[in-house]
Design a protein around this ligand. Structure first.
Ligand SMILES: [Fe+2]
Length: 244
């Protein structure tokens, strides 16, 4: 795949979608569109807040949405009830586009509970799976801790030998900090293993594309490793000291 074939867009809450929703404007969420410019197909990562706005961006680019990927079950990423109000999300996208929501197999029940989707609406995945969109192969990385089935997606950017790939990270890792571990299904020790083992082997010149704009919109993994205190702990004892 050539670099020009890849379609990759980061959409920012309150700017690119949901501008008329004051809650959305405060959440600093990112939604991603990833696809193949030649086949004009794309997927949405974390469809939430304003489905029409997201679909309109894709359509204005001449792209057709053929699927959705959920990094985890929280309503600001897949829709559902949150803090007493309703967030539009995957259910609306699936109804409009007739596609399915891909989630990690450990996340399916959580996602069904918050979105109201059926098992038939979901495609369960395990780490190492690939989701293909035209000629783009997105690799599924299971990165638990924030939630049991939290996942990151590795997107080849057309570079050599995996260098410079994109890491679409949901709430597993931000430029500053990482996802909280005190919500239902969160696991602090598992988050430490994700940060110190599962993500530590990825090349430093991958670009981190997080689920929220905490500390910035995107950055090289090597820079995040220097500046993000959550990546400094060497063992569980240090980790618990850093997390407080
Ligand atoms: Fe989350």
């Amino acid at each position: 795949m050539s670099p020009t074939q890849l379609y990759f867009r980061q959409l920012f809450a309150g700017r690119d979608f949901g501008a008329d929703n004051p809650v959305c404007c405060q959440m600093e969420n990112f939604v991603y569109l990833i696809g193949d410019r030649e086949t004009r197909e794309c997927v949405v990562v974390d469809p939430a807040w304003a489905i029409d706005d997201i679909v309109n961006v894709a359509e204005a680019d001449g792209m057709r949405i053929v699927g959705a990927l959920g990094t985890h079950y929280h309503p600001d990423h897949v829709g559902g009830s949150m803090m007493g109000f309703r967030v539009e999300g995957a259910a609306g996208l699936l109804a409009r586009c007739g596609c399915k929501l891909h989630v990690h197999q450990l996340e399916t029940e959580w996602v069904r509970r918050v979105t109201g989707l059926s098992a038939n609406d979901l495609v369960p995945h395990a780490s190492g799976d690939h989701v293909e969109v035209g000629g783009v192969r997105i690799e599924w990385l299971h990165t638990p801790g924030h939630t049991p089935g939290s996942s990151c997606f590795r997107v080849p950017m057309g570079g050599q030998a995996g260098q410079g790939d994109a890491l679409v990270a949901g709430d597993t890792l931000f430029l500053q900090g990482c996802g909280r571990v005190d919500l239902p299904g969160g696991d602090s020790d598992e988050m430490f293993r994700t940060l110190s083992q599962r993500l530590s082997t990825l090349p430093g010149d991958m670009e981190l594309w997080p689920g929220h704009a905490y500390g910035g919109h995107h950055a090289k993994l090597s820079d995040v490793r220097r500046t993000n205190p959550m990546l400094r702990a060497r063992d569980l004892q240090q980790w618990h000291a850093v997390r407080g």
